[in-house]
Design a protein around this ligand. Sequence first.
Ligand SMILES: [Zn+2]
Length: 457
Amino acid sequence: MSTFKVTFANGAQMPTGSNFLVELGGRKILIDCGLVQGERYSIPINREPFTYDTTSIDALFVTHSHLDHVGRIPKLVRDGFKGKIVSTAPTRDIAELIMIDSMGVLSKEAKHENIEMLYEEKDVLNSMHLWNDIVEYEKPYTFKTDDGDALFVFHDSGHILGSAIIEIRYKGKNLAFTGDLGNTPSPLMKDTTKLTNIDYLVMESVYGDRNHKDREKRVDILKDSLISTINNGGSVVIPAFSIERTQELMLAFNELVENKQIPEVPIYLDSPLGINVTKVYKKYDSWFNENVEKTIKSGDDIFAFKGLIKTPTSEDSKNISNDERPKVIIAGSGMSNGGRVLFHEARYLPDPKSSVIIVGYQSAYTLGRRLVDNAKEVIIHGEVIPVRAHIINIHGFSAHKDSDHLVEFVSSTASTLKKIFVVLGEPKSAYFLGQRLFEEYGVAVNVPEKNDVLILD
Ligand SMILES: [Zn+2]
């Protein structure tokens, strides 16, 4: 009865698709239920049946609202899940926005490929009906099993608004899932909470084999690229994730514009999702770090500045192409694998005066990855587009800890750890981090494969 075990259902040896099954005291729960991100949402792996009986799952605990952590929840519900969904309040709010937003891409893909939609709007709404248990950081949530209570503690992971490390305390053993770990110190978020007394750690490794070399200089690189492109008469396109990256860019532009460090040009926020998520960020402004809190208290609206033009409707968006002035366009998706940014890239990639600034992780097989890999031409909406614009890749804006900081993160609980499981990274990254952790702390490390099982005894 008092089994305590983890199945790595997905997110093993890949950076996306977070999904872990935990069995404890005769109950089954999931940590995250995310989409595998590739060139399309509807790639076969996302359409496969779940590897466990969805009707037997009692609860789903969600680390944060990125699509690779929540994007298969509506499918889980469509396939029979009827349990509780538990998360922080911002995670719930943002997840609802991004799941609704994904309908657009899903219906296009379904039509184009003549397949059934991965899920429909009613599945999103049904998911939200199950999503009623809201937790706060550090306040334990009691989960009853057939053999005593388990305590779930959410710690601030400092990654995006509402993001959490989930610690499960059961039968004297502490198991923690890091979710994604923030690039502390972040411009907006508080620092990642330091863990203690963890026995088993399931940790992310997106940047397990690399450091963000340009971290301190990120805003300077952004500023210099912007000034040189604009002085050249070109425009700057920034594909940006709607959550966190867009708000961090807004905060950076807020400072650059208000301190007159860049020329006065229109700055378009061409992302309905980005605009809506920014509203959620404003709603939870007490969740930000001390610096931002001070700025807000001084009366500055951190997400508003001269020159900012929001274009929620597609009509507004189309009008951007009539604006011949040098400008900045921030648009989704962040990996250029869909969304409005493709229209701007089709227009400005062939222009040697313009720039595309990449500010986030680019998954394999995405257009963004092809750009950072120096492709000379790319295909957008079925057309071959030559790449003549400057492609500038700023790693420092990442919302993830780099290799050195992932290693450092483990130090606060290294003395109690029995084993570390490295997940959510490409194999090269996961193995490299695993080796570093073993060498640094002498703790047993495993890089699980999909469907591997861990029994905690
Ligand atoms: Zn994330």
